[in-house]
Design a protein around this ligand. Structure first.
Ligand code: NAI
Length: 462
């Protein structure tokens, strides 16, 4: 069998990006991937397909709610669900084929099948055992299970099943008000489904800035989503086309039931390491089932590395990509590095939600002296013209030094706006640095500048 410098197990955003960088650095590289297409969860059943459905359903929402006011009269479009799914599938196809092209261009071998590691330096795919100087595990994650809830991917579904339902359900219960629950919940809500979200905690999207959490939930409610907060789901009972969800309210332990045509289970994901042979290799794991790695992404077994959802940290495609590039550099004898303090998070609902760095709650817990600069999109001309004035930009800066510590945005294009703050933070910028940077008018980005101004002498348009 062929000998490689590096074999990467998993062709998702972590693995394929790592492979391309390895190849660019002159290493003979192969990727093991068992799916029929490259791109992993993100491209096949995650980020990309959900964004296609979010885009299509947002267009419908605009037509139903904002077209008439702009002088665009006529009947709103009706939903051709089959066509919407085929648009989603085309989007997936274009992206997965794009990676195949990049593999050919960079002379990366795709070893088709599921890989295991019989020993350091060896990767088995089917009956073939390949040799590699370094092995990088990038096998991703799978939805975690919930006791009492049996997923059939028809009536009780994970995000995978929710992306290919045979029809738009009348009633959907979403278990978990995290990123997946709210993104997919809002797709179906906009398509006319009655959506109820059941969440264990008292706030949506755990870990986010509390002010954003409150505003976000209020906006989703206004869009028609229902929330049952502080409720632990006990079980689901599913028939052929309906399910009953039983939950207990934490405040009084009372038990309740709710029926739905489809139940979406979105209560988190767990590392996918089945069948890799990690036990036999003696690879150290964390208590949460993640692979333990050092600062160079190497496990305790020399020559075996791990990146992405299988290790600690947020389960985000772009975090995996960054680790992929950095680990490739480490393997090539360079000094790859990831700044974990500046990893943005984005929720692709409408409006979008984006954050980077510390939340106000974290700064309080750390006892840090900070200041807050906040600006509402209502004061942004472009946002008002586009019916997108709901939401705000909030910048947190060190009280003494003015250095930016975090940013939280809920509003139009938040997922793009956050990146100027990321770059600023990478350069150790102060809020004043942002405030003194000329921002084109009229753009949403002026709201970021105004929030930065609000950390100093004050915003202009508020
Ligand atoms: P999550 O961890 O974001 O949210 C799960 C929610 O379920 C939590 O709020 C939790 O309190 C709740 N929960 C757990 N058990 C429950 C129970 N028995 N009853 C009621 N509520 C319960 O997980 P999610 O949304 O499944 O996402 C998984 C991963 O995928 C996350 O790490 C997320 O960051 C990532 N992801 C990121 C996206 C993005 O960046 N836009 C999009 C989709 C997923």
């Amino acid at each position: 069998m062929a000998n490689y410098d590096v074999i990467i197990i998993g062709g998702g955003p972590g693995g394929y990006v790592c492979a391309i960088r390895c190849a660019q650095l002159g290493l003979k590289t192969a990727v093991v991937e068992g799916r029929e297409t490259l791109g992993g969860t993100c491209l096949n059943v995650g980020c990309i397909p959900s964004k296609a459905l979010l885009h299509a359903s947002h267009m419908l929402h605009e037509a139903e709610h904002n077209f008439a006011a702009m002088g665009l009269k006529g009947k709103s479009p009706s939903v051709d669900w089959k066509q919407m799914l085929s648009y989603k599938d085309d989007t997936i196809g274009q992206n997965t084929k794009g990676i195949e092209f990049l593999f050919k261009k960079n002379k990366i071998d795709w070893l088709k099948g599921w890989g295991s590691i019989p020993a350091a330096g060896k990767v088995q795919v089917g009956d073939d055992v390949h040799e590699a100087k370094k092995i990088i595990i990038a096998s991703g994650s799978v939805p975690s299970s919930l006791p009492g809830v049996e997923v059939d991917e028809k009536v009780v579904v994970t995000s995978t099943g929710a992306l290919e339902l045979p029809k738009v359900p009348k009633k959907m219960v979403v278990i978990g008000a995290g990123v997946i629950g709210l993104e997919l919940g809002s797709v179906y809500n906009r398509l006319g489904t009655e959506v109820t979200v059941i969440e264990f905690l008292d706030a949506v999207t755990p870990g986010m800035d509390a002010e954003v959490q409150k505003t976000f939930q209020r906006m989703l409610k206004k869009q028609g989503m229902d929330f049952v907060m502080g409720a632990a789901v006990q079980k689901t009972e599913a028939g052929k086309s309906k399910a009953t969800v039983t939950y207990k309210l934490r405040k009084d332990d009372s038990e309740h039931q709710i029926d739905a045509d489809v139940v979406l289970v979105a209560t988190g994901r767990k590392p996918y390491v089945d069948g890799l042979g990690l036990d036999a290799l003696g690879i150290e794991m964390t208590q949460r089932g993640q692979i333990k790695v050092g600062a160079d992404w190497q496990t305790n077994v020399p020559g075996i590395y791990a990146i992405g959802d299988v290790i600690e940290g947020p389960m985000l495609a772009h975090k995996a990509e960054d680790e992929g590039m950095a680990a490739a550099e480490q393997v090539a004898g360079k000094h790859g590095h990831v700044n974990y303090g500046v990893i943005p998070g984005v929720i692709y609902t409408h409006p979008e939600v984006a954050n980077v760095g510390a939340t106000e709650q974290q700064l309080k817990e750390e006892g840090r002296a900070y200041k807050v600069g906040k600006f509402s999109f209502m004061g942004n001309g472009r946002a008002k013209a586009n019916f997108a004035g709901d939401g705000f930009v909030k910048i947190l800066a060190d009280k003494q030094t003015d250095r930016i510590l975090g940013c939280h945005i809920i509003g139009p294009a938040a997922g793009d706006l956050i990146h100027e703050v990321c770059v600023a933070m990478e350069f150790g910028a102060s809020a004043e640095d942002l405030a003194l940077t000329c921002h084109a008018h009229p753009t949403y980005s002026e709201a970021v500048r105004e929030a930065a101004l609000a950390c100093g002498d004050g915003p202009i348009h508020a």
